[in-house]
Design a protein around this ligand. Structure first.
Ligand code: CA
Length: 92
């Protein structure tokens, strides 16, 4: 988790200088994370994954990446802010 935040904050930090590339990377991350969150819901709803506690997150993922789902709001907020800054750099 700490490695994740370290990598993530370094990407955000670089976005202040990189502009266009950072925007592309951040949009890619947003799509990737969105896809993972969507797939978690999809795989549990379709019955493809075990979800005994009925929170639409496959229990096998929750075991190791529970923080990734519990921190969904803050993670997407940080990505959103990053995109906002990168976009401001590109447009401005
Ligand atoms: Ca679950």
């Amino acid at each position: 988790m700490f490695i994740f935040f370290f990598v993530f904050s370094s990407i955000i930090f670089k976005s202040f200088k990189m502009g266009y590339e950072a925007l592309v990377v951040l949009i890619f991350i947003a799509c990737l994370f969105g896809g993972v969150y969507w797939y978690a819901g999809y795989s549990t709803r379709s019955g493809g994954a075990v979800d005994e506690n009925q929170n639409f997150i496959p229990d096998s993922w929750e075991k190791n990446f529970g923080w990734f789902f519990s921190g969904k709001g803050i993670i997407m907020l940080i990505v959103g802010i990053g995109i906002g800054y990168a976009l401001a750099n590109v447009v401005g």
